[in-house]
Design a protein around this ligand. Structure first.
Ligand SMILES: C[S@@+](CC[C@H](N)C(=O)[O-])C[C@H]1O[C@@H](n2cnc3c(N)ncnc32)[C@H](O)[C@@H]1O
Length: 312
């Protein structure tokens, strides 16, 4: 069982806050603390006087409370077992730096009992927040065929789920789907797989996970609120692992009148990082800054000024 999570795009995330290097009055918000890989490097580079850390996973928060006991007692670190969308709704702390590293952590993926992985047998769960009510099993066993089709199309971008949906609806009458392997093997049987390329269950599991955790709705709700909470010149850096998430972030950043997209082109991991950490493969980083875009230095201003002086 892995407790290790290799932080993705670590240098790029650290670099995204470079303007804050010599400041000591900063408030940093890590909305997706995980195992604190990014946060540790933030502390090695910057000097926030307050860091607020949230995660909706109780295992992540328990570990954070142990790791940052002293800093928390000194009020330098505040640890909250919360969805970052709740934080964005309930708090009005002005923030300088915000980091969201969306999706699941390696410990969540690697622990079969969390039910995220289609190649490890565990309960069909997929909740990041263990106290939430809706599980993947409930969706698979209770939702109508049309709703399942819609979920797989909208969140998994699967346009040919008919056979799988029919098999779910038929099989669950005899024996409800209770485990990850039960569902994955049925999809393998129905859709066929020759042990090459992506497993056919990949997109089905992704769709279920996004619905169980309301991942797309959460970012749509929370990002505008978090942008509001940024101080002038403050930055929010967001890592996504899914094209639907990335599209939402890109549009929210592009359309916001409160600031600007720092990097026109999305930042992706190097080949070297993907080799060391295959989970980085689909990562994308986008950075937004609150406030007015600084004007580009005018290369010809000095020459123009000289000409005016000559003319005078
Ligand atoms: C990719 S991991 C973050 C890893 C972290 N940056 C690190 O270096 O260790 C994502 C974490 O964010 C949490 N998470 C995802 N969505 C969340 C949300 N809406 N609110 C709070 N936590 C969330 C997950 O439970 C998971 O622990």
């Amino acid at each position: 069982m892995s407790e290790v999570h290799k932080p993705v795009l670590l240098n790029e995330v650290i670099e995204s806050f470079a303007d804050f290097k010599n400041r000591v009055d900063l408030t940093f918000f890590d909305g997706t603390y995980g195992r604190g890989g990014h946060f540790r490097e933030i502390l090695n580079t910057y000097h926030p006087h307050l860091a607020i850390l949230t995660d909706q996973d109780s295992a992540a928060i328990e570990k954070a409370r142990t790791d940052w006991q002293t800093a928390a007692a000194q009020n330098k670190v505040k640890i909250l077992h919360q969805n970052f969308s709740m934080f964005a709704m309930e708090n009005e702390v002005p923030l300088d730096m915000i980091l969201l590293d969306l999706g699941v952590s390696s410990p969540q993926l690697d622990q079969p009992e969390r039910g995220f992985s289609f190649n490890k047998d565990g309960p069909l769960d997929m909740r990041m927040n263990q106290n939430a009510k809706l599980t993947a099993a409930e969706i698979v066993n209770q939702y109508e065929a049309d709703d399942l089709t819609e979920i797989f199309k909208t969140y998994g971008e699967i346009y040919t789920s008919g056979r799988v949906v029919r098999a779910i609806v038929n099989d669950r009458v005899e024996k409800p789907f209770q485990t990850t392997l039960q569902l994955a093997q049925m999809i393998e049987r129905v859709d066929g797989w020759h042990k090459k390329g992506f497993h056919p269950a990949t997109q089905y599991f992704m769709a279920l996970r996004l619905v169980v955790n309301r991942e797309l709705q959460v970012i749509e709700d929370a990002i505008p609120r978090l942008i509001n909470q940024l101080l002038d010149g403050g930055r929010i850096s967001v890592i996504t692992f899914h094209s639907l998430e990335d599209r939402i972030i890109k549009n929210l950043f592009k359309d916001s009148e409160l600031g600007f997209l720092v990097n026109k082109k999305v930042i992706v991991p190097t080949e070297e990082e993907c080799k060391i950490n295959p989970r980085a493969r689909s990562a994308k980083l986008r950075i937004f800054q609150k406030g007015k875009m600084p004007e580009k230095p005018d290369k010809f201003a000095a020459r123009r000024a000289l000409r005016i002086m000559d003319d005078a």
